[in-house]
Design a protein around this ligand. Structure first.
Ligand code: HEC
Length: 274
C-alpha cells in the first residue's frame, strides 16, 4: 500500500474510532478498520464546519487556527494555516496541521457548497503519535509521481533498478498496464512477439539490464541509438520501438510493466543477469 493510502486508511480509522458526524467521509469504512487502531492514537475528528471561498480566511478554535483556502477543486482543496506554506487537503483524509510545539489541528474537506469549500477543523494538544503522524503525512505530500521521461532525464545511466522485481501483485498489474498501453499490439498479449520481437526469450537487443529496458521503452529505439546505444542482440524482427516516456502515466507503471516482462522470461536461467 502506498504511503498516502495508508494515511487515508489511518484517517478513516480515526473517524471510525471517534464516530463521524453526519456527512463525514469514510463512514462506511469504520467497522473494517476500527479494531486495528492503537487506542492511544487518538486524533479527534474535526467538529466545527465553515464554508470558505477561494482566497478567503476563516478562524477556528477562537482564532487559534486561521485557515485560508487557496484553491478549491472537486476532490481536494489547498490551504494555508496561520499564514504557513500551502498544503493539499484531499477529501476523505484528515490532514494534520501542527500549529506549534503544543498544538496540532485536524482539517477535513467535506465537500463543496457552490464555489465554496466546506471545511471542518479542530485543534488539540499534540500527542507524540499525532506529531509522528503529522510528520509522515507532510513528508508524503511532496512526492508527486514522475513520468518515466522525467525519471530517465534525472537519473545517471546505469542507475535505474526495478523496485517491484519479483512482486507477484506488480507482475499482475504490469500485465494489465502492458495491455492498457497497447504494448501487445506489437509484442503480443503475452509478450511472445508479433510485429515486434518477443520479450520472453534470452535475446535482448540493447542489453537486458533494468536500466536499459526502462530507457528503451521511455525514449524509443531511435533516441536510444542517438545516445550511443547499439543493437547487440539479433531478433527475428528488426524495427523501431516507439517512445512511451510520456504515454505511460508514471514510473511505477513502467516498472510494473517491466516486472511483467521479467515474469514471462523463457530463456536460459543461467543467462538471467537482472
Ligand atoms: C509499434 C510497435 C511497438 C509497440 C507498440 C511497442 N513496441 Fe516494444 N519494441 C518494438 C520493436 C520493433 C522493438 C525492437 C527495437 C529494435 O530492434 O531496435 C521493441 C523492443 C522492445 C523491448 C526490447 C526487447 C528485446 O528483445 O531486447 C522491450 C522490453 C519492449 N519493446 C517493450 C515494450 C513495451 C513495454 C511496450 C508498451 C509500453 C512496447 N514495447 C510497445 C515495437 C513496439
Amino acid at each position: 500500500m502506498s504511503r498516502s493510502s495508508q494515511l487515508a486508511v489511518a484517517a478513516l480509522a480515526l473517524i471510525g474510532l471517534l464516530g463521524p458526524g453526519p456527512g463525514m467521509p469514510g463512514r462506511s469504512a469504520n467497522a473494517a478498520v476500527q479494531g486495528k487502531v492503537d487506542a492511544k492514537y487518538q486524533i479527534p475528528v474535526p467538529k466545527t464546519q465553515r464554508k470558505i471561498g477561494q482566497d478567503e480566511e476563516k478562524e477556528f478554535e477562537d482564532g487559534k487556527l486561521k485557515l485560508k483556502v487557496l484553491k478549491v477543486e472537486r476532490t481536494s482543496i489547498e490551504i494555508s494555516a496561520n499564514g504557513g506554506a500551502a498544503r493539499p487537503v484531499p477529501a476523505s483524509t484528515l490532514t494534520l496541521v501542527p500549529i506549534d510545539e503544543q498544538t496540532i489541528c485536524t482539517v477535513a474537506f467535506l465537500g463543496k457548497s457552490g464555489a465554496k469549500a466546506i471545511v471542518a477543523a479542530r485543534c488539540d494538544p499534540a500527542t507524540d503519535e499525532a506529531r509522528a503522524a503529522a510528520e509522515a503525512q507532510h513528508a508524503a505530500e511532496g512526492t508527486k509521481a514522475q513520468t518515466p521521461l522525467e525519471v530517465v532525464t534525472a537519473a545517471a545511466k546505469g542507475t535505474l533498478k526495478n523496485p517491484f522485481a519479483d512482486d507477484p501483485a506488480a507482475v499482475e498489474e504490469g500485465h494489465q498496464l502492458f495491455l492498457a498501453n497497447s504494448c501487445n499490439g506489437c509484442h503480443g498479449g503475452n509478450g511472445g512477439g508479433g510485429m515486434g520481437p518477443p520479450l520472453s526469450n534470452a535475446v535482448w537487443v540493447y542489453g537486458s539490464e533494468d536500466d536499459t529496458l526502462f530507457r528503451l521503452v521511455t525514449k524509443g529505439s531511435d533516441e536510444l541509438q542517438a545516445e550511443g546505444y547499439s543493437r547487440k542482440g539479433r531478433e527475428s524482427v528488426v524495427g523501431p520501438m516507439p517512445p512511451f516516456g510520456e504515454i505511460i502515466e508514471n514510473s511505477d507503471h513502467l516498472w510494473k510493466i517491466i516486472a511483467f516482462v521479467r515474469s514471462i522470461y523463457k530463456g536460459d536461467m543461467a543467462r538471467k543477469n537482472w
